[in-house]
Design a protein around this ligand. Structure first.
Ligand SMILES: Nc1ncnc2c1ncn2[C@@H]1O[C@H](COP(=O)(O)OP(=O)(O)OP(=O)(O)O)[C@@H](O)[C@H]1O
Ligand SMILES: [Mg+2]
Length: 281
């Protein structure tokens, strides 16, 4: 029954009319594919053509598109995980020019935009237990000036936030289910109190029922902490239930961008129609 129920979904149409949180202008990604022996780029591959969009506080944006369309490239560019010569364009985040930030300021704003990777297993260090995994994020962001008690309290709170008990602190990633691992990845990001959480295929490794639990968790967390998601998924029902807006990519180009329900109900582009047919929405 739970499996069948989990097939149903509702469009997330909650609108908050909040301020703009993140604004991307003419962002493009171009990977060097051939370099001279002096390191000069001779040839490059355009993974993402200039695109612009914005994300309002508490609202979420879905990103869909076939494999290789540039979804992860976009996500990585937004978190500044790509070298600066690869990325062109501008991003205003919390009123700052995010791509121009350096040093201490960059560290501060980086905490506010977190990413959760596709495969929760490979992104968790197998040699660390849950406590160490959660603590590590705090350390990396120089919050270790706090007392051990304060750190422990934060860690336990973040576990509770994702629906896990304190007893999980001693466990290692190989002793967790896929859904639990994904919860730990979410907790590790949440502990830094981000404003934006980028989810790269957050549920693709999970069965339908677990996927649904994670979705419910994400929806609740976004309300509790006023979070915005930038969610990449090939599963259109995930996008519909999480994201008010959607952006469709194909071969690095933005085909559509708008309110999810409108795009899904009357797609303008034939490619989007095919995507929707294939997912039986
Ligand atoms: N470091 C790199 N150097 C050169 N090309 C790259 C690099 N990383 C990605 N690409 C290319 O850029 C394109 C977009 O890749 P990207 O990973 O963004 O796709 P994706 O939409 O996330 O795909 P998937 O759904 O399979 O995860 C692909 O054609 C890929 O081969
Ligand atoms: Mg990808």
């Amino acid at each position: 029954q739970m499996l069948i129920q989990s097939m149903r979904f509702h469009y997330n149409q909650e609108s908050y009319q909040q301020n703009t949180l993140l604004e991307v202008k003419n962002l493009s990604v171009q990977y060097p594919t051939k370099k001279s022996f002096l390191g000069k780029t001779l040839e490059s591959f355009v993974a993402l053509e200039p695109l612009s969009f914005c994300l309002r506080e508490r609202e979420s944006l879905g990103i869909i598109g076939e494999s290789g369309s540039g979804k992860s490239s976009l996500a990585h560019a937004l978190c500044r995980l790509l070298e600066s010569n690869i990325v062109q364009g501008e991003m205003e985040f919390l009123g700052e020019k995010f791509f121009a930030l350096k040093g201490k300021e960059l560290r501060h704003f980086r905490k506010k935009i977190q990413i959760i990777f596709q495969d929760p297993f490979s992104s968790l260090n197998p040699k660390m237990n849950v406590f160490q995994i959660l603590q590590e994020g705090l350390k990396a962001h120089k919050e270790s000036h706090q007392t051990p008690q304060m750190i422990r309290a934060k860690i336990i709170q973040s576990l509770t936030d994702v629906g896990l008990e304190e007893s999980y602190l001693e466990r290692y990633p190989n002793e967790l289910s896929g859904g639990q691992r994904q919860r730990i990845s979410i907790a590790r990001s949440l502990i830094l109190r981000p404003k934006v959480l980028i989810l790269d295929e957050p549920t693709s490794a999970l069965d339908r029922a677990t996927q649904n639990q994670i979705l419910t968790l994400l929806l609740n967390l976004s309300k509790q902490y006023h979070l915005s998601y930038l969610c990449i998924s090939h599963d259109l029902s995930v996008i519909a239930s999480l994201c008010q807006n959607v952006l469709v990519l194909k071969e690095g180009k933005m085909l559509e961008y708008g309110v999810t329900k409108e795009v899904f109900k009357s797609p303008k582009h034939p490619y989007v129609q095919t995507l929707l047919k294939a997912s039986e929405l």
